[in-house]
Ligand binder design. Structure first.
Ligand code: ARG
Length: 291
């Protein structure tokens, strides 16, 4: 595929896919990885004995931000705080639907202070934030897919947070259980491509949860283990363009054949913290864009 069209002005659909995929402009929140490093280990990807190249992380992150802007999206920035090396993973900062946010509560003490930093930023934008009661790590474990809010548990978010989100947003929650510690957040094992389609790696889910995904998303794209290990499922879709790890080669090809426009990115240095494109991105849904 050539240069992707901007999100606000969808071009005609792919000739290879049967469907015309339509982009919708989004508003994202990101956090510069100025203080990014691997100082502790809270997921199997993190190895604090190996030095992190923060400049490389910054360059890869900047490319991701540029990619969103080139696609016609709005990107807001929250100031990174020293001592919070994982704050770059903005997806974990909240869940925002209809201009209202559910705040987060992290499982690990090392990230606890990020919750207040994200809530303060959202409130300063005039976005109402409801404080979380149960542990939940925001869009790491909550993914809105059309009429359903997919909600992960097993490693980080408490299943009680699923009911909390359903009560707050009035969106039916579909609880999914994660079983592979390498894919500790829902957004590492499943990507929402549009209201009716997801991409996922089924073995990351419990048998019952697999059947639920199959039932709700008969057109789901199956990634390979290699795709999943490259964090290909930690992807960000605007309905047409899918910002996805370049190393997830099978998934990238599959997306093209299904009429999406893959926009490959390389976030290898952020993967040292156990994150990819989606982890670095929080969607601000129906929140009025900052001037
Ligand atoms: N080091 C971070 C953690 O383990 C990575 C978070 C990745 N974020 C995500 N949305 N999957 O909490």
């Amino acid at each position: 595929p050539a240069t992707p069209g901007r999100a606000g002005t969808p071009r005609s659909g792919s000739t290879r896919g049967e469907e015309i995929r339509t982009a919708r402009a989004r508003r994202y929140l990101m956090c510069r990885p100025e203080h990014f490093t691997v100082a502790y280990e809270i997921n199997p990807w993190m190895d604090s004995s190996r030095a992190v190249d923060t400049d490389l992380a910054l360059a890869q992150w900047e490319h991701l931000r540029r990619t969103y802007l080139d696609l016609g999206h709005v990107v807001d920035l929250v100031d990174p705080l020293p001592g919070l090396p994982d704050m770059v993973f903005a997806a974990n900062g909240a869940l925002v639907i209809d201009g209202h946010a559910l705040g987060v509560r992290f499982r690990h003490a090392e990230r606890a202070a990020e919750a207040g930093a994200y809530a303060a930023w959202l409130r300063a934008q005039g976005i109402e934030v409801t404080d979380a009661v149960a542990l939940n790590e925001g869009e790491g474990d909550f993914l809105l897919a059309g009429d359903w809010l997919l909600a992960g548990s097993g490693f980080r978010s408490d299943p009680a947070s699923h009911a909390e989100a359903q009560e707050l947003f009035g969106v039916p929650v579909v609880s999914l259980v994660l079983v592979d510690p390498r894919f500790y957040h829902l957004d590492t094992a499943l990507a929402v491509l549009d209201d009716r389609t997801v991409a996922w790696w089924p073995p990351a889910f419990s048998p019952g949860s697999r059947r639920v995904v199959e039932r709700l998303f008969p057109d789901a794209i199956e990634a390979t283990e290699e795709d999943a290990l490259a964090f290909g499922l930690n992807a960000v879709s605007d309905g047409r363009h899918v910002v996805v790890a370049a190393a997830a080669r099978h998934l990238v090809a599959e997306l093209s054949s299904r009429g999406y426009v893959p926009v490959p990115v390389d976030l290898s240095e952020l993967l040292r913290g156990g994150g990819g494109a989606k982890c670095c991105t929080l969607e601000l849904r129906d929140a009025v864009a900052a001037a």
